[in-house]
Design a protein. Structure first.
Length: 198
């Protein structure tokens, strides 16, 4: 039985598809939106559509951005010989917020997960290999401390074994199973400072 009109039911259903949003929260957001004036809701909807339409992967590091080359890769103030490998753009943002990392990134857009059928070919490893043919001193592997993150770190370290490039892994100060974006900046910095050679 439907308690709301069709349009409201549809709105709640769409909101309920968002990550971490259950039925109750979807209802709450829907009613919040319905009580806003029409222009604010339009602005909100436009922001979603515009962000989605202009979203693309940086041609260099594969992060989500709205330009061909993201601002970090385009900057000549960054150390382009040090590449930190992270799983997604939110992890990159977490490290950027520390303000202490001056290298560049490579965003894999995922992690290897045999359980979910995600293999090395399904994430941005090929793009990483291409970059490593350039002048690179160090690759810092900062994938999450999950099973998938560790499997990915292992794969990359094997892949780079004979390249002569220094390969390090951030320390496990990052809690096991924790997504990097939820870790506080001090912990992230400590993990980076205490990184180990692989
Ligand atoms: Zn980039």
């Amino acid at each position: 039985m439907e308690y709301y009109s069709k349009t409201i039911t549809k709105l709640i259903a769409e909101l309920g598809h968002l990550p971490g949003i259950g039925q109750k929260m979807a209802q709450r957001i829907a009613f919040h939106l319905l009580h806003q004036d029409e222009q604010s809701v339009r602005d909100f909807a436009d922001a979603i559509v515009t962000a989605r339409t202009s979203a693309r992967f940086c041609k260099e590091c594969c992060t989500l951005t709205d330009e061909d080359i993201c601002p970090i890769c385009a900057s000549d103030k960054r150390d382009h010989h040090t590449i930190m490998v992270v799983e997604d753009t939110r992890d990159l943002v977490a490290y950027e917020k520390t303000g202490q990392y001056n290298g560049v990134y490579h965003v894999l857009q995922g992690a290897i997960s045999p359980m979910q059928g995600i293999g090395p070919g399904d994430i941005r490893l090929k793009e990483l290999m291409v970059r490593l043919q350039g002048d690179v001193d160090e690759v810092i592997i900062a994938t999450n401390s999950t099973l998938e993150g560790e499997a990915t770190a292992l794969f990359i370290s094997k892949m780079l074994k004979d390249t002569g490039i220094r390969v390090t892994r951030i320390a496990s100060g990052v809690p096991v199973g924790g997504d990097l974006e939820y870790v506080d900046e001090v912990t992230l910095l400590r993990a980076l400072e205490n990184r180990k050679e692989l």
